[in-house]
Design a binder for this molecule. Structure first.
Ligand code: PGA
Length: 225
């Protein structure tokens, strides 16, 4: 009733999300905060393993990740596709090639995320499936640092396509055309099955589900697939 009226929702909302969501979540949350100025929002970004830890410790209201937890029943709202793409500097020799065999790609030096990263885990699983050895040149704990290292010519990587959102038209990076890539994944907003979400958390989940940008992007990415 009255608490549902625009602007009257009040209270805290604590979110924790995997690092790849940095590239869209704060932006789409802008209009939510404008609509509900009484909501006090705190958001933190870290890797997959830490998000699971926060979930287990019941630290936050809503968690956003791409790999659903195996140890806890959760309610999951699918929000957006998160393809992991092979990235190289634009002047890389493979940038102009098409249908690169996986074995050829695997010869490259790789810049890896830290242990605990969901991105890293997905890449390791792909190499395991291909029975290929990862040639790790360097390990870096941030997507942004990896992008800089790629530009520095240190190697290639596989990262969320969303990490390149702002660089799309700069011509700095190439997304390689490699067999069995991208790795297609989704982000999910989740909370434990046994936990009743607060009114504010419920409102936020509804907002995510209704957001036209999320829906539109989903459709675009599906068509490219
Ligand atoms: P992470 O997140 O690599 O920062 O853990 C990526 C993911 O799981 O989508």
């Amino acid at each position: 009733a009255i608490a549902d009226m625009k602007g009257l929702k009040q209270g805290q909302l604590r979110l924790s999300a995997v690092s790849t969501t940095k590239y869209f979540l704060p932006r789409i949350i802008g209009p939510f905060c404008q609509k509900y100025p009484g909501v006090e929002l705190s958001m933190r970004f870290t890797n997959h393993e830490r998000i699971l830890q926060y979930l287990n410790e019941n630290q936050d209201d809503v968690y956003i990740l791409s790999q659903l937890p195996s140890t806890m029943d959760v309610n999951a709202h699918r929000i957006l596709e998160n393809p992991l793409v092979p990235i190289a500097p634009a002047d890389h020799p493979l940038a102009s090639e098409s249908q690169i065999p996986f074995t050829r790609f695997a010869e490259e030096a790789f810049i890896m995320r830290e242990p605990g990263s969901g991105t890293r885990q997905a890449l390791e699983e792909l190499f395991y499936k291909h029975e290929s050895e990862l040639n790790v040149r360097m390990e870096l704990g941030s997507n942004e640092a990896i992008k800089q290292a790629i530009l520095g010519g240190l190697g290639v990587s596989v990262l969320s396509q969303h990490t390149l959102t702002l660089e799309k038209d700069t011509g700095l990076f190439a997304i390689l055309d490699v067999e069995d890539l991208p790795i297609y994944r989704n982000w999910y907003a989740i909370y434990p099955v046994g936990k009743q979400p607060s009114v504010v958390a419920r409102t936020f989940l509804d907002y995510l589900e209704a957001d036209p940008e999320l829906t539109r992007n989903n459709r675009q990415l599906t068509m490219e697939n």
